[in-house]
Ligand binder design. Structure first.
Ligand code: NAD
Length: 366
């Protein structure tokens, strides 16, 4: 196993002023575990965020990912009204090659050593079954299987949250929540995307999909033969008469080329970090396209995980997820009232919640 040897100081790996509370580099020579846990903020409560398991080109890239993703979790959790801070972990390596039970247990012991400052959940490359293994040695684990008292796969709740976000945005933009007769393009029909397609058909929408994986597309067309399939995301963004474009694959879906070609009036999807840089939102707005910030609408999974931590019944947890409708509407209305973009409105609202909590805490200490 290669040891950590970061070529740059941690602070230099962060593109914004370094504001993380704690960053832990983990390695275990027995299991081969090499991981990073980044705790961005515990202002609102213990940090919660998933464990991403993937190969990186360099250790620096992995650290940078953990720093960015953990900051994103602080904002997501704050805006969703959760009393939870933001954290994220990455395990370095191709999960298909290096994921073993002993590695997951070693990882669980490291998470446990933080004493609950960071709680882990599923993310890209980790699944409910992995959380069940980690939970054997770490009680700060969520998204466990229902048989073990967990809430299960977060994707179901994430898809519901995105749908609620779309309905709220439709009300804001078109004056009615209904998606009946609207044409929605879903890019990426994986765990979240294929469930979203189902919800959209139930709402009476027309759905156009694309995915790089044929089996993923087939799963959708087998169930919904009326779905339109296009070759790739480029064809989808240019698709005639698209009302909503829903990026549900990887990050960075929205760049200058997409913006110049997009036919939809609105972008609202599950993928994290959709904008290649914040300026893209302004370019979308200049073309009359409403961007619904990704972290506002894709919080359903973490809302469900928070319900698991609080011991809520699945029904009560589901009601909390549905409230993402109100959160989305509040962000869009705030943006309109202040004459700012929805992304800025969301950030401001999340920051207000975090700083109010920090001042309450410091008043309590003085
Ligand atoms: P997934 O891996 O199950 O699905 C992603 C799908 O996108 C796959 O089917 C993949 O083949 C497809 N894809 C990849 N590149 C593509 C491309 N260039 N064009 C078209 N399709 C492409 O992942 P998921 O869990 O459904 O998550 C989707 C997105 O939502 C991710 O960005 C994830 O970070 C975000 N998200 C997921 C959750 C959750 O609960 N799963 C929660 C919050 C955010």
């Amino acid at each position: 196993m290669t040891a950590f040897s970061l070529k740059a100081p941690l602070t230099a790996l962060d593109s914004t002023p370094f504001e993380h509370e704690q960053v832990v580099l983990l390695q275990d020579s027995v299991s081969g575990l090499k991981a990073i846990i980044a705790i961005h903020s515990t202002a609102l409560g213990p940090a919660v965020g998933g464990t991403r398991f993937q190969a990186y080109d360099s250790d620096e890239e992995a650290v940078r990912d953990a720093l960015n993703l953990s900051r994103g979790m602080s904002y997501k959790n704050a805006l969703a009204g959760l009393d939870l801070g933001g954290g994220k972990a990455v395990i370095i390596g191709d999960p298909a090659q290096v994921k073993t039970e002993s590695l997951l247990l070693a990882y669980g012991r490291f998470v446990a050593s933080l004493g609950g400052r960071y709680m882990t959940a599923c993310d890209v490359g980790t699944y409910v079954a992995d959380m069940d293994v980690i939970a054997r040695v770490c009680r700060w684990t969520v998204s466990r299987s229902p048989e073990l008292g967990g809430a299960g796969d977060p994707s179901t709740a994430t898809a519901v949250g995105v749908l609620q976000g779309m309905r709220a945005a439709a009300l804001h933009r078109w004056g009615a929540t209904s998606l009946q007769g609207r044409t929605v393009g879903v890019a990426g029909v994986g765990k979240v995307g294929h469930l979203l397609v189902e919800h959209l058909f139930n709402e009476g929408a027309r759905v156009v999909v694309t995915d790089v994986r044929e089996d993923a597309v087939r799963r959708v067309t087998d169930k919904f033969p009326q779905v339109t399939v296009v070759a790739d995301t480029e064809a989808l963004t240019r698709f005639d008469s698209l009302d909503i474009y829903a990026p549900c694959a990887l990050g960075g879906a929205l760049n200058e080329t997409v913006v110049s070609a997009i036919t939809a009036e609105m972008v609202c999807g599950a993928a994290n970090n959709q904008l290649v840089h914040p300026g893209v939102e302004k370019q979308l707005a200049d073309r009359g396209v409403l961007y619904v910030p990704d972290y506002v609408v894709n919080a359903g999974g973490v809302v469900q995980a928070a319900g698991e931590l609080r011991g809520l019944t699945p029904r009560r947890s589901a009601l909390q997820v549905e409230r993402l409708f109100d959160t989305t509407l509040a962000v869009l209305e705030h943006a309109k009232a202040e004459g700012i973009l929805p992304g800025e409105a969301a950030d401001r609202m999340a920051e207000q919640r975090m700083s109010a909590s920090k001042s309450r805490r410091s008043r309590g200490r003085s």
